[in-house]
Every structure is written in C-alpha cells, then in structure tokens.
Write a protein that binds this ligand. Structure first.
Ligand code: PLP
Length: 222
C-alpha cells in the first residue's frame, strides 16, 4: 500500500473507531479527500489505493485535474466544496457529482436551469455560515428554512445535505451540533462537516461526510 493509501487507511480506522463509539453505522460516514492544490502523483496514489471520493474548491482547477481522470475512472464521486460563481455553473454541473456550496437564490436558479439543459441531476448541499462571518460564504442560519423551501419547491433541486466550515478561532463542536440540529429539523440526511483537525468531533456530532485534505495528502503546494 502506498503512503497516501496508508493515510487514508488510518483515517478509515478512525472512522471505524468513532462509529463504534457513537453507535453509528460505519457506512454512513464517508471520507472526502480534498485534492485542491495537491501534486498529481499524490492524487494518483489515492486512486491506486482504491479511493474514489474527492473534494475540490475551484471549478477551473478541478477541470484540469479531473477532466481526463473522469474518463478513466467511471466510479469517481467529485464534490465541489468551494464557492461557486454563477458564470462557472455550466462547467461545475458538467464536472461534479455533488455541489456542497449552494448558498443563494440566484445560484439555485442557475443550477436548476443548467441541470435541465445538461439533463443531469446533481445532489446539492446547502452551506450555512454558522459563525455568521462577514467574509464567509453560506446562508445565515435564520435563512435556512426559506432557502431550503425555495431550492426544493421553486427550483426542484435535490437537497441532500448541509455543509459548514466553522470559524478558524472557534471550537467547532457548537457549529457541528447546530448543523446536525438544523438537518434534523428539515429531515435532511447528509452532513458535511469536519476537516483534518476536527473530523473526530464532527463524527461524534453526526457527520456523514468528512473533508480531509492535508491529513491525507500532506501540505498543499501554493
Ligand atoms: C481545503 C478544505 C478542506 C480540507 O482542509 P484540511 O485542513 O486540509 O483537511 C475541507 N473543507 C473545505 C471547504 C476546504 O476548502
């Protein structure tokens, strides 16, 4: 097993352990390896190790990295986890399987239109700005219910999950707990939360997708 494969295995072992500890089904907790700004060899090592679920935060960068690999691997699952500009929606719908950063009406409308044009139905997650940070994407917690209804009913989008990125300098647990509670209230099944530093906390609080970059691939190249 190559080094990246071993890192993935280590995290999978953590997932197994946490699942047991919190009486959760281990298959309900999936690892998204975040490949943004990682060298090509490391991505190939993850693929060679059999891993197939990847996250990217920029459409253009992801096209370069995954366009060809998508033809080679038909079982890839690509998640967009960074902000999506409306002028990139067409490319995003063509490339990705899941959009995790749905956070405004204009984007919801555009995604809905584009999915019809391309005859593709991607799963979407709503991103919540749980820390109500000025610079961060995501809807405000108070907007969730109306926005969810708008996405589902007015746009016909398939809302499968909620996603958050807690503020850097805040303990993440309260944010994860909030996301969990919000999902329960709306009967939403998937929760994307937890990164390299806090995925065990996220699993304890109900994460169904954890997003790990440096913890799998090492430092990013800038
Ligand atoms: C980069 C990124 C991650 C991965 O962060 P690490 O600390 O490297 O695990 C997770 N989620 C989002 C939204 C990211 O942009």
């Amino acid at each position: 097993m190559n080094e990246i494969g071993q890192n993935i295995q280590t995290i999978q072992n953590d997932i197994n352990k946490a699942a047991k500890e919190h009486a959760r089904n281990v298959n309900d907790i999936r690892l998204i390896t975040v490949s943004k700004k990682q060298p090509e060899e490391r991505i190939d090592m993850a693929l060679q190790a059999g891993h197939r679920i990847f996250g990217e935060n920029r459409v253009q960068e992801a096209q370069g990295r995954w366009g060809k690999r998508k033809l080679e691997y038909n079982d890839l699952e690509l998640h967009l986890i960074g902000p999506l500009q409306t002028n990139k929606v067409k490319d995003a719908v063509a490339l990705f399987d899941v959009i995790q950063t749905l956070d405004r009406e204009k984007l919801a409308r555009k995604l809905s239109n584009e999915m019809q044009v391309q005859d593709k139905k991607l799963s979407c997650f709503i991103q919540i700005n749980t820390g109500e940070e000025e610079q961060k994407s995501g809807i405000l917690p108070s907007e969730l219910k109306d926005f969810y209804d708008f996405c589902q009913k007015d746009c016909g989008l398939l809302i499968k999950g909620l996603m958050c990125i807690p503020p850097q300098d805040d303990p993440p647990a309260a944010h994860f707990a909030f996301l969990h509670k919000s999902a329960q209230d709306l009967n939403i099944s998937e929760l994307s939360m937890g990164m390299s530093a806090d995925y065990m906390t996220a699993i304890a609080l109900g994460a169904t997708y954890i997003r790990v970059g440096t913890g799998v691939f090492g430092a990013r190249i800038t």
